[in-house]
Design a protein around this ligand. Structure first.
Ligand SMILES: Nc1ncnc2c1ncn2[C@@H]1O[C@H](COP(=O)(O)OP(=O)(O)O)[C@@H](O)[C@H]1O
Ligand SMILES: [Mg+2]
Length: 336
């Protein structure tokens, strides 16, 4: 039986030492809705993720932040190839994710696990905990039923669940406990990387901190690389080494967490930070003035330009590249 921790397959890729390397990642959804609407109104394409590139070192956590609809979940889904990309490249620990064949995909499914926002819909209500967590062990490891059961108990204890609850069903647990089950299930395959999509956002405020601390502790102990999606900058500050700010499908700013949160360069990041709740009060981010860009057939230029207090004409005349302003701190704004 393998033990967690050794994380087999954790080989930093040869290219520059980044464990996760994303280049030009793009995801478009065609929502035209058939031939007739297409002939009448033309194609309608949602640019959910547009030309996103970044690197993440092994063992680091990237906090992916931005308002609802900015493309965070889609980016994570494309990175793990839960849905196909329109264009771009993703390398995780030496795997060329978007070009991998079936055998390599199986290894990638083992190495890269998801924790979703809503533990109600992500756990099959008809399965006992033993099977919910154990299924992943059956898929990825050759274990006897006895070994399997022992390992499920170990995983349950690792996430703070009682071993004698192994034969219970998901509905017998609270939201926070259910998210612990989802985390145990994600850890079962001994992944090298976790993509956590707002894993605490649906939970009561008092439970959120416990789940965040659990994930962060496990990440450190197991040496996991993580993308942590959140709309809450306080959460991003707590869990991440790097922060990437998304808007309208594009990365607006990226850099070390302290640097980006203390000295945000992009006007969008600055307005997000101004709307940030202070004094430890966790509340939903207040929306900014104006409507977020809906990225259907977007025009060229910065997607934030129409809400930006310092825009000039050039902002809407060409797309804006991320430029490094200080070591590791990049911003996509021609005004800073
Ligand atoms: N399956 C889909 N079909 C069409 N549009 C989609 C689909 N999934 C997401 N989108 C659109 O892509 C954009 C980004 O969505 P999403 O990645 O869920 O953002 P976030 O996670 O930041 O809230 C939104 O405009 C959303 O409506
Ligand atoms: Mg989302």
């Amino acid at each position: 039986m393998q033990t967690a921790g050794a994380a087999p397959g954790t080989t930093p890729s040869a290219d520059g030492g980044a464990f996760l390397r994303v280049r030009g990642l793009t995801k478009h959804f065609d929502i035209t809705g058939g031939l007739l609407p297409r002939l009448l109104y033309g194609r309608k394409v949602v640019h959910a993720v547009e030309d996103v590139s970044f690197d993440l070192a092994a063992g680091e956590t990237l906090g992916l932040v931005g308002e609802s609809g900015s493309g965070k979940s889609t980016a994570a889904r494309v990175i793990a190839r839960l849905i196909p990309a329109t264009a771009g490249e993703v390398h995780i620990g030496g795997h060329d994710v978007l070009r991998a064949g079936p055998a390599e995909m199986k290894a990638i499914r083992k190495d890269v696990q998801f924790v979703f926002q809503d533990p109600f819909s992500s756990l099959n209500p008809r399965m006992r905990i033993e099977r919910l967590i154990g299924r992943s062990l059956t898929i990825h490891f050759d274990m006897s039923p006895m070994e399997r059961r022992e390992r499920v108990v170990e995983l349950m204890e690792q996430v703070g669940l009682r071993a004698d609850h192994i034969y219970r069903y998901p509905h017998e647990f609270s939201g926070g406990q259910r998210q612990r089950i989802a985390i145990a299930r994600a850890l079962a395959s001994e992944p090298t990387m976790i993509l956590a999509d707002e894993p605490a956002s649906s939970l009561d405020v008092s439970i959120q901190a416990q789940v965040l601390e659990l994930l962060d502790g496990l990440r450190q102990r197991l040496g996991l690389t993580m993308i942590f999606i959140t709309h809450d900058l306080n959460v991003a500050e707590f869990v991440s080494d790097q922060v990437a700010v998304m808007y309208g499908g594009r990365l607006m700013e990226q850099g070390p967490t302290e640097e980006v949160l203390q000295r945000p360069l992009h006007p969008y990041s600055q307005s997000l930070l101004e709307a940030r709740p202070h004094f430890g009060v966790r509340e939903r981010l207040r929306p900014l003035e104006g409507e977020p860009a809906i990225p259907i057939n977007p025009p060229v230029g910065c997607p934030f330009a129409h809400r930006c207090p310092i825009r000039i004409q050039a902002c809407t005349e060409a797309n804006v590249e991320l430029v490094e302003k200080s070591p590791g701190h990049k911003v996509a704004c021609i005004r800073v």
